[in-house]
Ligand binder design. Structure first.
Ligand code: NIG
Ligand code: FE
Length: 477
């Protein structure tokens, strides 16, 4: 078995076990990362199994098991296909799914008999959410800009006055690595508590060599020390930093720094899988973005793009041209962009949390994109400036009410299509034999209730690679 977590005993029941002379294995919990022992529990604490499993785990009692089985990314009508199994069950071996079907089908397998068991008690289970766009590492909120936004100042006006991304850059450069780490760890626990089991994390609040590398090294550390899967993206081209801005040839010199000083370290140290660019008015032009993304690719970083958020620049076309994994935002796409995305393999990732937080009325044209055949995905864009949420259930609610997506479409967009956006569709995003056993379990009777109860987190349990990484105390529906 791949050893990802340190073995330890559950503190709450260790004494009790000793008294009863129960073998240590009965309360051994490897679901926790090394050094993070407090928040999780064992079977004796919460009535369900959070143990490390020697061999197999049988999960039964899903009133609706949304498997999302099927091949390829979902487009058009197939975005509504959840491959739902009533009274569903899963068998897990060494963190991977070894069988999936109805309870009757799975329970009769020989391997199921000796397996450890979790009963979901009639709750709804689906693949763990894949959040394909976050700015995980930042030093603090930008609550000081919130009232300006409410009073009507635009995102760009605030940025021109020294707020926005450069505000977060100042804060990050002044923060210690330890403070950044603790903040990110706290956020990761909350992501798990909302059903997210994999997330992408971008740099982009450092914008000098040392600070960008500090963020990317932190991604690596976080990935090793806690159970959520982290996909690292280099976003050095988030903004031209203050020390280069407004100076003759400033943007050009900063891009040279990305190409010559940042990317070689990142490529050699394997610190990121993707290279992203904020290709928009006030940030980087299409030409500059192309240069950075091509340079990134030479170091093995695949492109993804912040595109058409504030203005229509042609960034989505650039993403398609470069066969980027994803282009994200897309509020300002025009009709021909929509047609082009419909024919492309580049995922169209929509981030309705931004428009909601900024109080904007114009959301991305999700219905038109779906009708055109685009691979539509959804993400939180967790960041302190435009979308300070890490709740995928909230994003589902916004997708339904603001983007007019159905609950089924929104779930597909946050699981299997999001896995495609991260090029991880072979290992996550659906409940299929051979894939990781990543699950989000909700305290609801029908999957549609996940977005329906907006602003309330009904996530009851999250499982990553067959390990419980979040469990609530509610015992009944
Ligand atoms: O995705 N648009 C660029 N990047 C972020 C916002 C970053 C910030 O304002 O701090 C976004 O919306
Ligand atoms: Fe973003």
């Amino acid at each position: 078995m791949k050893r990802l977590y340190r073995k330890y005993s559950c503190r709450r029941t260790r004494g009790r076990r000793r008294k009863r002379n129960i073998k240590a294995r009965s309360c051994k919990d490897e679901s926790k990362p090394a050094g993070k022992a407090e928040s999780l529990s064992c079977r004796s604490c919460f009535g369900h199994n959070t143990e490390a499993l020697a061999d197999s785990l049988l999960i039964t009692g899903a009133s609706q098991l949304l498997t999302l089985r099927g091949d390829g990314p979902r487009r058009g009508n197939s975005l509504s296909n959840l491959s739902l199994i009533k009274d569903g069950a899963l068998l897990v071996r060494d963190g991977l799914i070894s069988a999936v079907g109805t309870r009757a089908e799975v329970e009769k397998l020989a391997e199921a008999r000796g397996a450890e068991k979790i009963d979901l008690g009639g709750r709804v289970a689906l693949p763990g959410f894949v959040d394909s766009h976050t700015h995980l590492v930042h030093a603090s909120s930008r609550a000081e800009e919130y009232e300006l936004k409410i009073a009507g100042a635009s995102y760009e006006e605030i940025a021109r006055k020294g707020g926005g991304i450069v505000n977060s850059v100042k804060k990050l450069r002044a923060a210690t690595g330890e403070a950044l780490k603790q903040r990110a760890l706290a956020a990761l626990k909350r992501f798990a508590a909302h059903g997210t089991t994999t997330l992408e994390a971008k740099s982009g609040y450092g914008l000098d060599v040392a600070s960008e590398l500090k963020i990317l090294r932190l991604h690596k550390e976080l990935a090793a020390e806690q159970p959520l899967e982290i996909v690292s993206t280099f976003l050095g081209a988030h903004m031209v930093p203050a020390e280069f801005r407004g100076k003759a040839g400033g943007a050009e010199r900063y891009i040279q720094m990305i190409e010559q000083k940042m990317l070689p370290h990142i490529g050699e140290g394997r610190l990121a899988e993707f290279c992203d660019v904020f290709c928009d008015r006030g940030a980087f032009t299409v030409e500059q973005s192309k240069r950075v993304l091509q340079a990134g690719r030479q170091w093995g970083l695949e492109p993804r793009v912040h595109a058409e958020q504030l203005s229509r620049t042609g960034a989505a076309r650039l993403a398609i041209l470069l066969r980027a994994a994803s282009c994200d935002h897309l509020e300002k796409v025009n009709k021909s962009d929509i047609v082009a995305l419909g024919k492309s393999e580049t995922v169209a990732t929509l981030l309705p949390g931004c428009d909601f937080h900024l109080g904007l009325k114009e959301y991305a044209p999700a219905r038109a994109l779906i009708e055109a055949g685009a691979i539509v995905s959804l993400a939180t864009d967790y960041n302190p400036g435009t979308s300070p949420t890490l709740s995928m259930p909230m994003i589902l609610s916004l997708a339904c009410t603001q983007l007019r997506m159905t609950p089924a479409e929104a779930i597909v967009a946050t699981t299997i299509n999001a896995a495609h956006a991260l090029r991880r569709e072979k290992s996550i995003g659906s409940l299929k034999v051979g894939k990781q056993a990543d699950l989000a379990v909700f305290e609801v009777a029908d999957y549609r209730e996940i977005p329906y109860y907006f602003g309330v987190n009904h996530c009851w349990m999250a499982v990553k690679r067959g390990r419980v990484i979040h469990a609530t105390k509610q015992a009944t529906i």
